[in-house]
Design a protein around this ligand. Structure first.
Ligand code: FPP
Length: 361
């Protein structure tokens, strides 16, 4: 091929190369093989697009290159058996369980505050630890009512419980924690309660006053940011906190706020439809990986352990895609009665589970 393709075609080429690059982020060894394959498959369907009107390549040479690409893919997958995860962790290596985190804390950041009762985490090996725990923090309202208090008191108490659990996560060596703070369905609650929950969340995200942000915690946000249902100052606050903490590696805290699993999947489907409509994606070649790339925080690993408190046994539209192969644990205590020792006990139970991802041993 002589000369560069015309600008719109260069844009198309960049998009295809980009697809190869994001596969690389998910499965680096296969990326090198996928990239030429993707480009060649596009060429196969539309050879003129990159050739700027010139003759397509010699068919023998074309088939030979295609075959070589396919062989490289097969070899790459043989060497690196895929897990059930549609996305791959890019998380820091967990710190040794039970280690003193003082010296590990990056400069200027404090280690997690110790458990008030002096509890220390059990020692589990890296292989026994989940990469990603997701929690449905349920029972704030019932906790408050049982104490003869307003439901708002339950949400405030829930925020204290969450802080303790967050401190316990890096102590045991957990790299990623997702919490369900406010769902798209929670918006149907009475306005005063919605306001309270969002107020509690907003206080929790205040980097000037919330002690959590003096620790090595990186904030992520999963949820709808453009439906106008969150106050602008809260959106601003969460974005600022995410920016300010993005270099931190002690724990990734993924706050699911204004989040709904069906919304998330719909949002991803829309993005794929848009790509297909512009000719950048063949609908017949859409795979789970294409879709996973458009979910919120796609670089986080799938959920290994999903915990719900308050004795309820349902998942309520929480991370349906990412939890497909999660282990589930339903705990009886109401969320405000939870602390880091419950997280450690849940992780110890997880360590005894036999995960097979639909295969046999
Ligand atoms: C569910 O309990 C809890 C919530 C809807 C709110 C959870 C939010 C927090 C704990 C604050 C999180 C803060 C940050 C900074 C992420 P419920 O009200 O449904 O309880 P019920 O089932 O007893 O009524």
């Amino acid at each position: 091929m002589r000369g560069l393709p015309r600008p719109p075609q260069r844009g198309q080429a960049r998009e295809w190369l980009g697809q190869g690059a994001s596969i690389g982020a998910q499965h680096p060894p296969a990326a090198a093989a996928f990239r030429p394959l993707i480009e060649l498959q596009h060429l196969e369907r539309n050879p003129q697009a990159l050739l700027d009107g010139r003759r397509p390549p010699n068919p023998v040479r074309f088939q030979y290159t295609l075959l070589r690409g396919r062989l490289r893919v097969a070899r790459a997958w043989q060497r690196h058996r895929p897990t059930a995860s549609a996305t791959t962790a890019v998380l820091p290596a967990p710190r040794p369980a039970g280690a003193d985190h003082g010296p590990h804390a990056p400069q200027g950041l404090l280690p997690p505050a110790p458990h008030p009762g002096g509890a220390v985490p059990p020692t589990l090996s890296g292989r026994q630890l989940p990469q990603h725990v997701a929690i449905i923090m349920d029972g704030n309202g019932r906790w408050a009512e049982a104490q003869g208090q307003l439901r708002s008191a339950g949400h405030h108490a829930g925020q204290h419980a969450l802080r303790d659990v967050i401190y316990g996560a890096p102590e045991i060596g957990l790299p990623c924690l997702s919490v369900y703070a406010f769902s798209t369905e929670n918006r149907a609650r009475p306005a005063a309660e919605v306001e309270t929950v969002l107020h509690v969340v907003s206080n929790g995200l205040d980097m000037n006053t919330e002690e959590l942000w003096q620790r090595d915690v990186q904030l992520r946000w999963s949820g709808s940011s453009n439906d106008g249902r969150l106050p602008a100052d809260l959106v601003d606050r969460i974005r600022r906190a995410a920016r300010a903490t993005r270099e931190r590696t002690g724990l990734i805290l993924n706050v699911c706020l204004n989040y709904g699993g069906r919304h998330e999947l719909t949002h991803a489907a829309r993005a794929l439809a848009r790509q297909a409509a512009h000719g950048g994606l063949d609908p017949d070649r859409i795979t789970p990986r294409h879709l996973a790339r458009h979910l919120y925080q796609p670089d986080l690993p799938d959920v290994d352990l999903l915990i719900r408190t308050s004795g309820e046994q349902r998942t309520s539209n929480f991370r349906p895609w990412q939890s497909t192969y999660a282990e589930y644990l339903f705990l009886d205590p109401l969320w405000p009665d939870i602390d880091r020792t419950h997280l450690w006990a849940a992780i110890s139970t997880y360590a005894t589970r036999d995960r097979r991802f639909g295969t046999t041993k």
